[in-house]
Design a protein around this ligand. Structure first.
Ligand code: NAD
Ligand code: TYD
Length: 368
């Protein structure tokens, strides 16, 4: 039985990981450490909050003493480190938080792990660092996809901060013998994704009749993976990965942004055609006025330094870990849309800000 500290577990992938792990290993202890930034939402963990072997701790990964205390108190043997600032656009407008959390925060986690796990006789442990394919930079149309041996060439403050954190994790293995693994994954999508990211943003904007902003010419390519398949990849790295190893996780699923947006528009039109009730629930949606969702597509100014193409070569994961994604894009994108339609209160609360009420209830209205 494992005792796992999940940082960033109230965010998109961290919360999916918590749900995945509970389904697969219900006897394991899960401790979530999360600062509840704008991206952290306690509602994402509502379904597990009352389990005896689940604990939520509201705190910052920069607080090394707090992390050390949690590692000792819960006799943690595994850290799965998701906590990060994760949105490229925000990193362009305000890079400081990315340096603080992604670099200094990861270093604080490493220091805590070293202090607790490597002092004295030490204990068997694993520090798994969750990273991104964006550390490898941008591909030309005919370039081979990113392999674990591809040189780092991060282009945004976000990817540069993640690259720096990867190097720190690597160095703690090489220098101090900390038992680490790193996974670099492609773009995720699925339940609980904050609607500032492309896929949930498009779904919410169709339902509320807002423009669907396409940066530049819409020909940028991303390699999309259903979030549960990312969680399964991390599971395999934890169970079968070589200590010190790096694993690229991806689904071999490249799409241009405009193709994705048009696909979602078509699926939403289909939903409105088969489910009459949607028109009453979403009276502002273009379908109510006989318009197609695609009528909302709006080309806007490009993102600064916008990476053209990401693609993952997951051959190492497949060969060494037997990793095969289970969700196809056709099914995954339908599941995601169905989840958004079934969980309207979740995204409404994010949009109107009431998802932050948890903090008010716990700390009173005077919080900053
Ligand atoms: P997210 O932004 O949805 O969630 C991040 C979580 O971390 C939030 O709950 C937030 O409150 C928490 N957090 C932020 N700063 C913190 C701090 N200082 N201390 C404690 N908690 C803090 O992010 P996500 O999309 O779930 O990404 C999770 C991880 O996966 C990140 O490390 C990201 O780089 C990586 N990743 C994401 C993707 C993707 O497509 N979203 C792809 C590959 C890798
Ligand atoms: P995003 O979901 O922000 O992920 P990342 O930047 O980490 O890949 O964006 C995915 C792609 O969609 C990226 O090429 C930027 C583009 N995009 C838009 O065209 N419009 C939008 O409103 C957003 C949020 C993203």
């Amino acid at each position: 039985m494992s005792k796992i500290l999940v940082t960033g577990g109230a965010g998109f992938i961290g919360a999916n990981f918590v749900h995945y792990w509970r389904r697969e290993y219900p006897a394991d202890t899960l401790v979530v450490l999360d600062a509840l930034t704008y991206a952290g939402n306690p509602a994402n963990l509502e379904a597990v909050k009352d389990y005896r072997n689940f604990h939520f701790v509201h705190g910052n990964i920069l607080d090394q003493a707090l992390t050390e205390g949690l590692l000792r108190e819960h006799e943690i043997d595994t850290i799965v480190h998701f906590a990060a600032e994760s949105h490229v656009d925000r990193s362009i407008h305000g890079p400081d938080a990315f340096i603080e959390t992604n670099i200094v925060g990861t270093h604080s986690m490493l220091k805590a792990a070293r202090e607790v796990w490597l002092t004295g006789s030490g204990r068997d442990h694993r520090f798994h660092h969750v990273s991104t394919d964006e550390v490898y930079g941008s591909l030309e149309p005919d370039d081979p996809p990113f392999a674990e041996t591809t040189a780092y060439a991060p282009n945004s403050p976000y990817s540069a901060s993640k690259a720096a954190s990867d190097h720190l994790v690597r160095s703690y293995h090489h220098t101090y013998g900390l038992q680490v693994t790193i996974s670099n994954c492609s773009n995720n999508y699925g339940p609980y994704q904050f609607p500032e990211k492309l896929i949930p943003l498009v779904v919410v904007n169709i339902l509320t009749n807002r423009p669907l902003p396409i940066y530049g010419d819409g020909q940028n390519i991303r390699d999309w993976l259903y979030v549960d398949d990312h969680c399964r990849g991390i599971d395999l790295v934890l169970k079968k990965g070589v200590v010190g190893g790096v694993y690229n996780v991806g689904g071999n699923n490249e799409w241009t942004n405009i193709e994705i947006v048009r696909l979602i528009c078509g699926l939403m039109d289909e939903q409105f055609a088969v489910d009459e009730g949607l028109k009453a629930r979403f009276p502002d949606a273009p379908q109510v006025r006989g318009l197609k969702a695609a009528s909302l597509i709006t080309h806007v100014k490009d993102r600064l330094g916008h990476d053209r193409r990401y693609a993952i070569d997951a051959a190492k994961c497949r060969a060494e870990l037997g990793y095969v994604p289970q969700e196809s894009f056709a099914t995954g994108i339908r599941r995601t849309i169905a989840w958004m339609l079934d969980n309207e209160p979740w995204w409404r609360a994010v949009m109107d800000g009431s998802y932050r009420d948890w903090l008010d209830r716990h700390y009173g209205k005077m919080r900053a």
